[in-house]
Design a protein around this ligand. Structure first.
Ligand SMILES: [Zn+2]
Length: 174
């Protein structure tokens, strides 16, 4: 970013304590931190907590996780529930944070969660999704697009726990 998003003045890099070199607008007298998007992605579990949902989208033959951008003013858990509802017609009942990673290609910070929905029924899927199916953790490991961020999130999660534990007390219930 080289120009102020508020006034259009060319930004200069200045040293900010504990932050390093940060763009500064001399006219606004304000720091202009580099902007990026934030999105969620999620391993969606069926109500029994034994199967994980993978989908195919955008005409590509690749299994991915349900994902979507977080709107301005929206919390990550809310965005997750909204995306799962919009894409799959499923209601999320609980979720838990897994890990995050910055995705350079789309300048997006991806926040990955595991979540659980209240039905196995995939008939409420929107036409935006080409294909969706439930997989056991072992099947999901094989079917997920390899060398993708989705695979990294999935494997990280499965290395911690294979199934969704309803009783685990740090889940956020929605
Ligand atoms: Zn400015």
């Amino acid at each position: 970013m080289s120009y102020c998003t508020e006034c259009g003045t060319r930004l200069e890099l200045r040293y900010l304590e504990k932050e390093g070199m940060i763009p500064w607008c001399e006219k606004c007298k304000a720091w202009r931190f580099p902007a990026f998007s934030t999105a969620i992605s999620t391993m969606v579990y069926n109500p029994a907590g034994q199967k994980i949902l993978l989908i195919k989208q955008y005409g590509r033959d690749r299994n991915i996780l349900v994902a979507g951008y977080i709107n301005k003013g929206e919390g990550a858990e809310h965005a997750l529930a909204r995306e799962v509802q919009e894409e799959m017609g499923l209601k999320v009942t609980a979720c838990i944070f897994n890990m995050s990673e910055y995705f350079e290609k789309s300048n997006t910070l991806m926040l990955n969660f595991a979540s659980i929905v209240d039905s196995d029924n995939l008939s409420g899927m929107t036409p935006e999704v080409d294909f969706a199916a439930w997989y056991t953790p072992g099947e999901a490991r094989e079917a997920i697009t390899h060398d993708s961020l989705a695979e990294k999130f999935l494997l990280n999660w499965l290395s911690k726990r294979e199934t969704y534990d309803h009783t685990y007390d740090t889940y956020t219930f929605l």
